[in-house]
Design a binder for this molecule. Sequence first.
Ligand code: GDP
Length: 197
Amino acid sequence: MKVRSADFETSAPEYELCPPPNLPEFAFIGRSNVGKSSLLNMLTGRKALARVSARPGATQMINFFTINGNWSLVDLPGYGYSKTPQAVRENFQKAVSDYLANRESLSCVFVLIDGRLTPQKIDLDFCDWLAVGGVPFVIAFTKADKTKAGKLKSNVEAFLAELADRVEGEPRWFVTSAPESKGREEMLEFIGQVLES
Ligand code: GDP
């Protein structure tokens, strides 16, 4: 799939304020600083679709973008950033969990996992929660260029093995790097396939 257009639609601070569910949606989420903004810019070929934040945890809205006029890219707030005030955190966790649990137009969630790290409980718990709720998800391991190949491989394998202990069936997964545009074609092709199915 080629990205011909990528237009900002709206930001929703809570689930009730999300736009009408008119297009199939692909949502992106991960721990703060995982590289989500960089990946979204890389994926869409835009320099600043999502703001790459110097301040982790700054993205707090659910942001909707329309791609090629026929699907929506949904940028969800990052989880697991301890410096976000508790009240703000709870509000946005509710917005995100309401969105994930209820959104009828949600086709698939891309869960971003930092490829430099050994499996993190918070990421495994999140995938587990999606699986229990029947929310379709795939995984994108980020920052591949920042990780030695052997270390990346063992982190990926360890994460998938720990996930297999909790969740039935291995999700599709992608290895990505924003500066190298690694994984871009594969992810776009996957989205195209889901749209056609
Ligand atoms: P977000 O908080 O998840 O949106 O993460 P950002 O996209 O803002 O990235 C956090 C930091 O990691 C920034 O300094 C980025 O430049 C850096 N970063 C993100 N993705 C990559 C990547 O694939 N490779 C490298 N080398 N750095 C990355």
